[in-house]
Design a protein around this ligand. Structure first.
Ligand code: NDP
Length: 279
């Protein structure tokens, strides 16, 4: 057909900003693609992905909750997707689905844009889901010296640790979620922690994260993967304390820009993407 098709598959999907900034970028470059969002229940993911082949879609982005399950339906996996065991970008290469994960590059570019240099530093990572894995991979690549991870449920923290021992070279240690917030004095010294990164869903609905700020005096960066129109509770708190910070919008745009490049072969117009998000 005249247009190539791109999809976003998620559940739910209606609040996603990807169609907005992807279509704005495609139009700006005059590329003959249409990017559409589809709400796909997890049980239908396999059919949806094989449907992309049948219908000749050029590719798709995957969002919550599909990134991990999708691994099973790819014909091949690119490096970061294999390492993370999660796919956020699918490219249809002549009927073969190639799985990529652009979240790692997205986060690295966000660090770079904001001038956050974490090499040789210790980092506290909140959360142990898919986003936390992508962040941990990026932190490993920029050569942090240690990752402390804290997650609400122990089971997911345990899986994260197991995964990190296979996938990463830097040391990863866990902190208890409850004692982090309730008994920070019981935790190993926080003096060495240079950055805190929130990779949980906390903040999406305006929730505060009751961090032991008094123990975090050496902090140089507070980084939120969540984003909000007027910042998030976490970055606002950092702002109050004069700690450098940024929220999840940079990662969102940079991962999307990398997907755009994989789909179209063109560099994404970043200014147009950021502009679409602002409007
Ligand atoms: P997952 O479902 O894989 O993981 C969710 C994580 O959030 C888990 O660690 C979970 O802990 C934790 N969590 C959820 N609710 C709470 C709560 N009420 N209190 C404490 N912890 C909680 O999701 P992802 O890892 O894919 O995404 C996490 C968040 O990161 C998303 O909500 C999104 O906002 C953000 N994100 C941003 C991106 C960007 O480009 N800016 C990209 C990807 C994600 P538990 O194991 O205990 O359930």
């Amino acid at each position: 057909s005249e247009f190539s098709l791109l999809a976003l598959l998620g559940h739910p999907v209606q609040h996603s900003l990807s169609p907005l900034f992807q279509n704005a970028a495609l139009q700006k470059l005059g590329l003959p693609y249409v990017y559409l969002a589809f709400d796909v229940a997890p049980d239908d993911l396999k059919d949806a992905l094989y449907g992309l082949k049948a219908l000749g879609f050029r590719g798709a982005n995957l969002t919550v909750p599909h990134k991990e399950l999708a691994v099973n339906f790819m014909d091949s996996l690119h490096e970061h997707a294999a390492l993370l065991e999660a796919v956020n970008t699918v490219v249809n290469e002549n009927g073969k689905l190639v799985g990529y994960n652009t979240d790692v590059i997205g986060f690295m570019k966000a660090l770079h844009k904001n001038g956050a240099q974490l090499e040789g530093r210790e980092v506290l990572l909140l959360g142990a889901g898919g986003a936390a894995r992508a962040v941990a991979c990026a932190l490993n690549e920029v050569k942090v010296t240690r990752i402390w991870v804290a997650n609400r449920s122990w089971e997911r923290a345990r899986l994260f640790l197991e995964w990190s021992r296979k996938a990463l070279t830097c040391p990863v240690e866990s902190l208890s979620w409850t004692s982090l917030f309730e008994q920070p004095d019981k935790e190993p010294t926080f003096r060495e922690i240079y950055a805190i990164i929130n990779a949980t869903a906390l903040g999406l609905k305006g929730e505060e994260i009751p961090l032991p700020w008094g123990y975090l005096s050496g902090l140089h960066w507070v980084i939120d993967l969540v984003y909000g129109k007027k910042g998030t509770p976490l970055v606002k708190k950092a702002e109050e304390k004069n700690i450098r910070n940024f929220d999840g919008r940079d990662m969102l745009i940079f991962q999307g820009a990398e997907s755009f490049r994989l789909f179209t072969g063109h560099q994404a117009p970043l200014d147009v993407m950021f502009g679409a998000l602002e409007s």
